[in-house]
Design a protein around this ligand. Sequence first.
Ligand code: SAH
Length: 454
Amino acid sequence: MTVVQKNQVLEGEVMDLTHEGHGVIKVNAYPIFVPHALIGERIQYKIIKVKKNFAIGKLIEIYKESDAREVPPCEYYDKCGGCQLQHLNYTAQLEMKRNQVVNLFHRKGKMSHVPIQNTVGMENPWFYRNKSQIPVGGQTDYVEMGYYRQRSHDIINMDKCLIQYEAHNEIMNAVRRLLNHYHITPYDERQQLGLVRHVVLRKGFYTNEIMVVFVLNGTSLPHQKEIIQNLTDAFPQIKSIKININQSNSNVIMGKQSKTVYGNSTIKDIQGDLTFKINDQSFYQINVPQTKKLYDIAVREAGLTGNEVVLDAYCGIGTIALAMAPNAQHVYGVEVVFEAIENAKTNAELNGLHNTTFVAGAAEEVILEWQKQGIQPDVVTVDPPRKGCDSIFIETLKQLQPQKIVYVSCNPSTQLRDVQLLLERYELVNVTPVDMFPHTTHVETVALLKRKDI
Ligand code: SAH
């Protein structure tokens, strides 16, 4: 017999928040997770799921409200899976993200001596996403566009998302009108029928240049000419329109093949003093003002004097590498996406940074090549995807023994795992959380490691 039963209605006080932003209530040490409940709140809740080690509750009523509670400004917030923290005020969100990092590094990693800085927040934490991947669905004769309901692929037909750029909201609404006007079918995942799967929008923060990508279960868009005309008349900032072909039966948003049907194949953006070219496939940080802060921290932690050899692993289109290059002797970048490396080379040219070398390949393989060539890095920066660094990469790093490692991460739990693998040679000196995704539970961190003997 479990501590609680399904459908039971209970009262309790919220003790903690999980990293998913769910309130935690304990009944005889057995945890119950209640989405949308906040620390210190007294609530009534209903048990909706019972597992061996935990249960899930649904918030019914709040008897005592937290001072940190906010009325979510988005009308879709209760349903939409995009944001998780709009009911928590922004200052408290930043504290929560820091606590998450403290719990990981101080408690789980037992490194309580390591300073965890305050989370670097955003001045105006709305309308910040420069890339929107908007699902397209609905009926065969009616197109709906918007983000998915929590834990589902049901589209909420919406006219506004408060965390994507306003221009993206306007273009989303215009595209939906056009698709409906020309009776173009949305893709139906279940039956694998219909044409338009996603509309992907990217916009340069400083340049305002916009790219629109129609992701199709097919090779061409009916009424393409009229649609292009209409969109570019209404939005002259659109500098590139592409068709991406994705005929696979999978959750992957974009297919490998894209063709430009209007304007340029890339758009430009500016970060700090650097100009970047971005195409439809390459990784580019979502939140530009926060990325500037993130890279400034990474550059500061690297503490370059102009003489250092730097390796930038998982370099994407070269953003961190190029931020380091003006203060380094040479920077080597490696990234697995070939097109991103092509962009990185162009970006180095564009910015006159000739002390850079970019190689396409897996970081764990290319670093071995560099080791064979006798390249001896003084500083290594890494910015891997959520799963963290490959263990071969970490092993090679230990052999190369750079003086400093600046580890940028979008997933502090894999970062902790990797840092622990380095601890015999390196000391973790500092961790700074940066809020790249306000109102969501994601947290980005910059960790500085120094070799123990220096
Ligand atoms: N530093 C960049 C990109 C970070 S995102 C920036 O800030 O813009 C992580 C990047 O790692 C992605 O571009 C992804 O394509 C790349 N990647 C994933 N696995 C990799 C691997 N095994 N080797 C090299 N790069 C990899």
